[in-house]
Write a protein that binds this ligand. Structure first.
Ligand SMILES: [Zn+2]
Length: 449
């Protein structure tokens, strides 16, 4: 009998600290050997390839249940698997989880619907701090908190946020905070509407820099003062990151999440593409120097990790209504790993950095490590085989998400995920859609206490 179910042979293993040539042996869905592996039922030649941990994308909206006409779990997680993402943490604003019973119901509903392993986040509700301990103990991955009423979810003012963070600190729960100050966005909105504006340019004035900076600075300060653990979602520009960094240096347990759209898309694109660039906070980078600064912040750990904030709508849905009415959000699961691999090929960051910002750090923040996020003996065999030199063009017609388009259409990238393994099983190859869903629910850290 062979010692291993699977051997990946001759590849270069990437971890945040470095790289080395070695084989990986897998048995029972876990990595059981790194070194020289001979006897295996299935042997894959990975010569010339990079072996990296599957992506851990902790900010994803698959709208299922909620708004399946925009996305559902089979389509969204097919996109993830093909792209090289093996773990997601999902939450949907159309059907927020507010009680432990909501969470249990969603876990039941999703049985057999996910191609990748998944955690589920709950929504914090202003004043409902009693629900925090229950939801955390039931296995919520984190609490999504809004500081401004958005997507139909009520916002927390400073008092409500402080109460939520205090309740979270008591049980060790983690939060993901959407930071835009409600009074500043509301004041801007009333002026813009009075002017009769409905062009794409309203986005940068409505969801303005002041609103994000004020909310993020207050939120980070409250995280420190309550002793809570939290991330600020989709940090759009360096000034926000600098406030979070300063609070981190004062002792706050505060993470700064980056997303590719704040590196690659430009502020002016909303003027040309309107609703197809409607996401919030909106793009702030104005030129290549702004982009380079974002990569520097990611390299140096000021931005702590990357997610997609995958929030898809189809082209038809994005065309239904004016700029004020259409859904916020971009599709991203199909493209985020490609964007990162290409950034490494362009020397904006290293392949080691990718495993840190898109696997290990998010896995650690949300309690999924050491099972997820790193190629090590004992971890789940969630492995991607990457050809770092392969070139491709990102195209709308290759998008697997129900969105059917990408803001990066036409962009040439270097680096391609050839194979994706989930717990030792090949779930996608050469961008193909996987067959039968094998993803399992990953209860959050509170469940294991
Ligand atoms: Zn989001």
């Amino acid at each position: 009998m062979a010692d291993f179910d699977l051997a990946l042979r001759g590849g270069t293993i990437i971890t945040p600290e470095g790289r080395r040539r070695a084989d990986i042996g897998v048995r029972g869905g876990r990595i059981t050997a790194i070194g020289r592996v001979s006897d295996a039922h299935r042997v894959v030649d990975a010569d010339g390839m990079f072996l990296m941990p599957g992506g851990v994308d902790t900010h994803v909206h698959l709208m299922d249940p909620g708004s399946p006409e925009r996305e559902d779990f089979p389509t969204g997680t097919s996109a993830a698997a093909a792209a090289g993402v093996t773990t997601i943490i999902e939450h949907a604003h159309g059907r927020p989880l507010r009680t432990a019973a909501d969470l249990t119901q969603k876990v039941d509903y999703l049985r057999g619907r996910s191609h990748v392993d998944f955690g589920l986040a709950a929504h914090a509700w202003p004043g409902a701090t009693d629900a925090v301990a229950d939801l955390w103990a039931a296995g919520a991955a984190f609490f999504k908190v809004f500081t401004c009423t958005t997507h139909g979810i009520p916002g927390h003012d400073a008092a409500a946020l402080k109460a939520h963070l205090s309740a979270s600190a008591e049980v060790g729960a983690v939060s993901l905070m959407h930071c835009e100050d409600e009074s500043l966005t509301a004041a801007a909105e009333s002026i813009l509407r009075e002017q009769g504006r409905d062009d794409g340019g309203v986005l940068q004035d409505w969801r303005n820099r002041d609103a994000e900076v004020v909310a993020a600075a207050v939120a980070a300060m409250l995280v420190r003062r309550t002793g809570a653990h939290a991330s600020v979602a989709h940090v759009s520009h360096p000034e926000v990151a600098s406030y979070l960094h300063a609070e981190r240096q004062r002792g706050a347990r505060i993470n700064a999440e980056g997303c590719p759209q704040y590196f690659l898309t430009r502020e002016w694109e909303a003027l040309e593409h309107g609703a197809l660039r409607k996401f919030t906070p909106p793009a702030r980078a104005r030129n290549d120097a702004d982009e380079a600064e974002m990569w520097r912040l990611l390299r140096t750990g000021v931005l702590t990790h990357i997610s997609t904030d995958h929030a898809p709508s189809t082209l038809e849905q994005k065309a239904a209504g004016d700029i004020w009415e259409v859904h916020f959000g971009l599709p991203g699961l199909d493209t985020t790993m490609s964007i990162l691999l290409d950034a490494a090929a362009r020397d904006e960051l290293s392949y080691e950095d990718i495993t840190r910002v898109y696997s290990e750090t998010p896995a650690r923040i949300y309690g999924l490590a050491p099972r997820k996020g790193r190629l090590r003996v004992g971890a789940d065999a969630d492995i991607i085989v990457v050809d770092p030199a392969a070139r491709r063009v990102l195209r709308n017609e290759d998008v697997i998400s129900r969105a059917g388009w990408t803001p990066f259409n036409g962009r040439s990238v270097t680096g391609r995920v050839e194979q994706t393994y989930l717990r030792g099983d090949l779930i996608a190859e050469h961008g193909s859609v996987p067959a039968d869903p094998q993803g399992q629910w990953l209860p959050g850290a509170g469940k294991h206490r």
